[in-house]
Ligand binder design. Structure first.
Ligand SMILES: Cc1cc2nc3c(=O)[nH]c(=O)nc-3n(C[C@H](O)[C@H](O)[C@H](O)COP(=O)(O)OP(=O)(O)OC[C@H]3O[C@@H](n4cnc5c(N)ncnc54)[C@H](O)[C@@H]3O)c2cc1C
Length: 558
């Protein structure tokens, strides 16, 4: 069990280590040379050094048994340092996941103890040239090897593509088709018939080693079939999606904030038209404030999901998808805006934001692309909409109306408008059978993510005000600042759900004039437009907090 104090100390050691061993010049050099600093990765994973991997290994196997909240905090911190190195450490997290969820007690004891005690680096090998988003297309095979009528092992044949740590791992979890379906195997480096390619020359995360793997009848004993039963591979992978996607969500959050934390101080020093850029509203309110709001909305969602996973609510795959989708999209947009915020300097290597922007781009691709996340979210919540006869988001909205009665500062009334509008959009989509259009289903996924994250942020704002936030939760903003951020994001979410929702529903349906008028009225567009009142004042308030000018101005509530 890791206490809040221990977690804080671990994060501090990580920061100090990075400051000493990974200053910007080193990171830029490694990025230029396209080199994975293996000594650094080993240092981070060695039990007698930083020992980060101890965090996710259960105590019974020599680890620290960190909770999902602990892992999210560490992933965010690693991403703030370098996303390539973070990916390398994450590959061991991912590689050991099939073992944690599906292995036999003996396999767990052997491999998890070795990760804890030897700092074994893992790679997680699922993707293939023909099987990316759709792992059902898997071609790698594991052929049974029989002796005296008994299965004694398997011969693995096939290819894997873009595997993080592919060229440097000590061990690999490999997904392959057995006669009874996809299964995970554990393979050690050096196995006969197993080779890897040179590292890929990539757009970003150039400090991580990504390589293709080839298997030519590689023998693996039965003891290394995860769980000892064939055909469990996809279930074992599914069982941890909520958790693993939360880690990548934390990557998006950390990288996004690390870019903004360069843009914000830069803008206080850069004088244009007689004043620092930080004093130009057209700069802060376009490039900084909306990105802060989106990142913090994603953070609120991540922290809630992490708490729910830790409370034993299951793997929460859809929620993991929402967290990943929002945090990684927000991280990308924050990094992109930070290049713009630094102008010409932002476009050069030296100022780091362009590297962060190249790095964070991977987070909307690996562990499930944004489009696959939209599909997962859209499909799942569509079922909920049908099961509740369209009431689900109306019921959720009522909770926020009640929250607004207790906490009028956090924008819960606007969240309620967003959720009612979402319920109406989904209902109109049902009436006109619009989910037969894949684009509509995926766009609904996006609107759902915005509305749910707005809800989490408002709830987080109220918990902070009541001093009831998880003790490990991030406390960058005080209650008044978080409330202003929440109001800014709630307005964006409500407007997006209503306007985009209307766009897609009208765009796909064959509605008459009268239908359209009813549709517009049901979305409460006028109320959502009125709720934008006070937006600029709230954005001013957020900018003042970010730039340490908070004392001068009182937050303005719509
Ligand atoms: C640097 C890097 C590191 C990686 N590390 C690992 C690793 O350690 N282990 C591992 O197993 N894999 C790893 N991957 C692979 C990664 O998980 C896949 O690239 C990712 O899942 C997407 O698969 P794909 O590239 O084949 O794209 P595709 O699945 O071909 O998708 C291409 C595009 O089509 C969209 N698309 C796909 N299906 C649909 C659909 N049904 N409807 C609408 N749109 C769709 C996608 O969203 C995407 O925009 C890594 C990749 C990279 C680049």
């Amino acid at each position: 069990m890791i206490t809040a104090k221990t977690l804080k100390l671990s994060l501090k050691s990580l920061r100090e280590f990075a400051k000493k061993r990974l200053p910007d010049e080193t990171l830029i050099e490694l990025d230029n040379r396209d080199e994975c600093p293996l000594d650094i990765v080993r240092h981070m994973c060695s039990p007698d050094k930083l020992g980060i991997q101890l965090l996710f290994v259960p105590e019974e196997y020599g680890g620290m048994g960190g909770t999902t909240i602990d892992v999210y905090c560490v992933c965010e911190e690693m991403a703030r340092i370098d996303l390539g190195i973070a990916t390398s450490v994450l590959a061991t997290f991912l590689g050991s996941d099939p073992i944690t969820v599906g292995a036999t007690p003996e396999q767990k004891k052997l491999w998890l103890t070795r990760i804890a005690e030897e700092g074994l680096l893992f790679a997680y090998a699922a993707t293939e040239p023909e099987a990316g988003s759709d792992l059902g297309e898997l071609r790698t095979t594991a052929e049974r090897v029989m002796e005296d009528g008994k299965i004694v092992g398997y011969k693995i044949t096939g290819n894997k593509q873009w595997i993080s740590n592919g060229g440097i791992a000590d061990a690999y979890t490999v997904l392959a088709n057995t006669p009874s379906g996809p299964s995970w195997f554990i393979l050690e480096k050096g196995a006969r018939g197993f080779t890897h390619d040179e590292p890929e020359d990539k757009h970003g995360i150039r400090l991580s080693n990504t390589a293709a793997l080839a298997f030519d009848k590689v023998f693996v004993p039965t003891a290394q079939l995860v769980g000892g039963v064939e055909g469990q591979g996809l279930n074992q992978a599914q069982a941890v999606f909520g958790y693993t996607r939360l880690m990548v969500a934390a990557f998006g959050l950390g990288a996004g904030w690390s870019a903004l934390d360069r843009a914000i101080p830069y803008s206080t020093k850069r004088i244009q038209a007689g004043a620092p850029l930080s004093e130009k509203q057209g700069y802060t309110h376009k490039l900084i404030v909306p990105n802060v709001a989106r990142l913090e909305a994603a953070r609120a969602y991540i922290e809630e999901v992490a708490e729910r996973i830790d409370a034993g609510e299951g793997s929460l795959n859809t929620e993991g998808a929402i967290a990943k989708y929002m945090a990684t999209e927000a991280g990308n947009s924050a990094a992109e805006a930070s290049i713009q915020a630094l102008g010409g300097y932002g476009y050069t290597h030296e100022y780091m934001v362009e590297k962060i922007s190249r790095d964070v781009r991977i987070t909307v691709i690996y562990e499930g692309t944004s489009e696959i996340m939209e599909m997962t979210i859209g499909r799942d919540r569509w079922q909920t909409h049908l099961k509740t006869r369209g009431q689900h988001y109306h019921d959720e909205a009522k909770k926020f109306e009640a929250l607004h009665a207790r906490h009028s500062q956090v924008g819960a009334d606007v969240v309620a408008l967003a959720l009612h509008a979402l319920a109406e959009v989904m209902e109109k989509a049902r009436m006109a059978r619009l989910t037969r259009y894949q684009h509509i289903l995926l766009r609904l996924g996006e609107l759902i993510a915005y509305a749910e994250c707005a809800g989490s942020l408002a709830r987080r704002g109220s918990l902070l005000a009541e001093n009831k936030l998880n003790e490990k939760a991030n406390r960058r903003f005080d209650a008044a600042a978080l409330a202003a951020i929440s109001r800014v994001f709630a307005r964006e979410a409500a407007l997006k759900v209503a306007e985009d929702g209307l766009r897609w529903v009208v765009g796909a349906g064959g509605w008459g004039d009268a239908d359209l008028r009813t549709l517009e009225a049901s979305l409460e567009l006028a109320a959502i437009h009125r709720a934008q009142t006070g937006l600029i004042a709230d954005m001013d308030c957020v900018a003042d907090v970010l730039y340490g000018r908070a004392a001068k101005r009182e937050p303005v509530v719509a």
